[in-house]
Ligand binder design. Sequence first.
Ligand SMILES: NC(=O)c1ccc[n+]([C@@H]2O[C@H](COP(=O)([O-])OP(=O)(O)OC[C@H]3O[C@@H](n4cnc5c(N)ncnc54)[C@H](OP(=O)(O)O)[C@@H]3O)[C@@H](O)[C@H]2O)c1
Length: 299
Amino acid sequence: MAIILITGGSGFIGKKLSNLLKEKGYKVFILSRTKSNHPNTFYWNLKENYIDEQAIIQTDYIIHLAGASIADKRWTKERKKVLINSRINSANLLFNKVKELNPNLKGFIAASGIGFYGATTTEKIYEENDTSGDDFISEICKLWEKASLQFNSINIRTVIFRTGIVFSNGGGAFPKLFKPIKFGFGAVLGNGKQYFPWIHIDDLCDLYLESIENKELKGIYNAIAPNYCTNKQLTKKIANTLGKKIWLPNIPSFIFKLFFGEMSIILLEGSRVSSKKIKDTGFKFNFRNLETALKDLIN
Ligand SMILES: NC(=O)c1ccc[n+]([C@@H]2O[C@H](COP(=O)([O-])OP(=O)(O)OC[C@H]3O[C@@H](n4cnc5c(N)ncnc54)[C@H](OP(=O)(O)O)[C@@H]3O)[C@@H](O)[C@H]2O)c1
């Protein structure tokens, strides 16, 4: 069975994906900044341009998930550098190592974000061939995708998933949305009209699996559920599923701007993003609509 190397495999998506790949019989290697005695965990150090070559030599597919968390800290100048370098320098380092060692690599699969299209609330439904936005996250996504697409130049099949907000009860944004509602303190964010493009973690992991198994997959795909909702609709549906009432008023936008600075745009703005391209490949979502996803996550 093929060997899959996951960068950032110790993270929220990486852990779930590793389990799925192992269940399917793949051997999973993790590339991590933390040294480990585990035989399938390999070390890399971006500052020193170092990757344990054993990780690359044996690998059939690389899944590049590594990246400092976008929403963990305010976007100071320093933090912005970390957010960029952890994604782009890491992709460049992988590319240079693969070129140097010339392993029998069959595919490079990478994360990107729907933030590519820009944090903006419009009636437009964004598709893969639309141009990027002009804010900080769009800029990261553009550079990240450019770094990943270098693998095409050495004839390695490259797939990029522009990912929406990943819903899981095991981490990420969902528990942060769900817990205040569960304890009676949920509220709509800003005017609540911003769209909230989401995907269930199981569907996202299935997409990564599909990108390995379906050799026809190539290029950029939106990884997003085929169902649209605004922040207000999402908040109400979570409350309905829990049998709770939203009694607090909307949290005004200026509060988010005060606490989160520039980062507040990812909570306060959002448009719809199309999943047509990936559906046209034959991929079937298990969680097409929000109600089914919420029932699964909340129960
Ligand atoms: N979660 C979402 O809703 C979502 C949505 C869209 C896109 N994405 C993207 O999908 C990828 C995986 O997301 P996730 O939620 O699983 O992230 P996560 O839980 O934060 O994990 C990311 C992993 O990246 C590595 N990492 C962290 N900081 C790093 C740095 N400064 N330099 C190099 N590596 C670093 C860490 O692995 P080690 O400590 O082992 O090195 C970490 O486990 C990310 O690139 C993220 O931007 C996520």
